[in-house]
Design a protein around this ligand. Structure first.
Ligand code: ATP
Ligand code: MG
Length: 461
């Protein structure tokens, strides 16, 4: 520990000269934990790939006499040549000290006290090094099942490393000499494409079961494989997700499914038995066949969504979530309709029930569930193709989403292709054609015809 301080004191008090190999080797020998320093020439991260604001924050902290590193996802992504989603900074300055350095800064968070530095729309998150030292009961609180509830003990970089999740997420880019500091073998794992939890996987998952979802998310996002010891406990510990606040799971679910790699995420979540903890009712449907066919609707919806993201088209949470739950709503509604309930009511009631169960595990916001209901309800209205109704449906704010949903149903055998084609044509048709398409069928002269009423009904399906 002393050696570490000596090391940092030395590099912070000298001008920006490269830390000498020999000195590093010396420190490595005497440090509590071994670490490696990858000098500027030994890695491919350059400042030109970074957000200018992140660089400003790093330099300003440095100028004020603090240590400042980029850490986490941004270092990991920069090493892959990817553009990071955001830039996280780690420092030895306390949140209050950070606030004094930056005017445009706000302190946030209860579980983690963090500083947010604002630059217009960009936020640079600055976190103080944390320790997992448990001496101060007020600062760190552990739930009886091993979950970490509060984590506010400040420490040094050497402490901070061990509370991070994966080795590739625990690389520190040092603004002082542009080197990368690696305590956990993250650089080697990164080059090998391996995602490995730091420490004992079982303990780390129990501390925070969301790490199981993060394991899947990063493996898919980076195209990395899960190290065997990191993967193994998930099968057994998946159930711990039921103790996680529903709001946190909603955020994780969105990150996973709006990433452009939803299909892979879905498959991997199912493989590890995690999916059923997020969407129990969907899993139940997936395990039953319909007319001897496995249910492919969700997979198709995810495939479609990934394709849209690849084409830089928009995707909305409510569309995907309504796809996840559609089969559950439908089977529930069918049961009710069989008991004599009016179809539209049956769907509404089924939607109520399915959503009430779902929001217990994943806190889908009201405005999102409202749109989901609309998408489902509109599916019934597609059958009504005579008179003014199709025009009204066309003007509905959720028409586009509901129509895309109908196409998916048709593609997977859940709706007539003829119906989907009709709506495709109807949107493209000119006024005269539209009129013709929505005209009630005429009686044939002299022929023995069904009554007009019955015929309309037949056409409407
Ligand atoms: P991305 O932002 O691309 O989703 P990220 O790795 O930056 O990925 P964040 O959630 O932004 O993920 O977290 C930043 C860093 O904080 C992580 O890289 C990791 O070091 C640490 N971290 C975040 N969540 C956890 C957790 N649940 N357990 C341990 N460490 C975590
Ligand atoms: Mg991040």
């Amino acid at each position: 520990m002393k050696a570490i301080f000596k090391f940092f004191k030395k590099i912070f008090s000298t001008p920006e000269t490269e830390v000498e190999e020999q000195e590093i080797a010396e420190i490595k020998q005497s440090s509590t934990h071994r670490f490696k320093v990858y000098s500027r020439s030994e890695h491919n991260i350059s400042r030109s790939q970074m957000s200018e604001n992140a660089i400003k924050v790093l330099y300003r902290l440095k100028k004020s006499g603090y240590e400042a590193y980029l850490v986490g996802g941004c270092v990991r992504d920069l090493l892959l040549g990817h553009e990071p989603k955001d830039f996280d900074v780690a420092t030895n300055a306390s949140p209050e000290e950070v606030k004094k350095v930056f005017r445009n800064c706000r302190l946030i968070g209860r579980r983690f006290r963090l500083a947010h530095v604002y630059f217009g729309r960009e936020i640079i998150e600055v976190a103080t090094f944390r320790s997992s030292d448990t001496e101060d009961d007020n600062a760190q609180k552990v739930h009886e099942d091993g979950r970490l509830l509060r984590d506010n003990v400040f420490g040094s970089i050497e402490d901070d490393v061990w509370r991070r999740d994966f080795t590739v997420n625990a690389l520190y880019y040092n603004i002082r000499d542009f080197s990368i500091i690696d305590y956990t073998g993250g650089m080697e794992d990164h080059s090998a494409g391996v995602l490995r939890l730091i420490g004992d996987p079982d303990t780390r998952y129990r501390e925070d079961p969301v790490r199981m979802l993060r394991a899947v998310r990063f493996a898919v996002k980076l195209g990395f494989t899960l190290d065997k010891q990191t993967a193994q406990p998930i099968y057994e510990l998946a159930g711990l997700l039921s103790g996680i606040p529903a709001a946190r799971l909603y955020d994780e679910v969105l990150k996973m499914f709006l990433s452009g790699k939803a299909v892979q995420s879905f498959e991997m979540l199912r493989h590890y038995g995690l999916f059923k903890l997020l969407f129990a009712q969907s899993e139940q449907c997936l395990n039953t066949e319909e007319n001897d066919f496995p249910r492919v609707f969700i997979a198709k919806a995810l495939e479609n969504s990934d394709k849209r993201i690849a084409e830089e088209k928009s995707v909305t949470p409510y569309f995907l979530l309504s796809a996840f739950l559609w089969e559950a709503v439908q089977s529930q509604a069918k049961l009710m309709a069989e008991k004599g309930e009016d179809e539209s009511f049956a769907y509404q009631n089924a939607a109520d029930q399915v959503l009430a169960k779902q929001v217990k595990s994943i806190a889908i916001p009201k405005r999102v569930t409202q749109s989901m209901r609309e998408v489902w309800q509109l599916q019934l209205r597609f059958d009504k193709r005579i008179g003014a109704r199709p025009y009204r449906l066309l003007g509905h704010p959720r028409f586009r989403a509901a129509y895309d949903f109908l196409l998916l149903r048709a593609e997977t055998g859940g709706a007539e292709t003829e119906l989907a084609d009709w709506w495709t044509r109807f949107q493209q048709a000119n006024e005269a054609e539209k009129k013709k398409m929505t005209r009630p069928p005429r009686r044939r002269k002299g022929g023995k015809m069904k009554s007009k009423r019955t015929k309309v009904k037949a056409e409407n399906g």
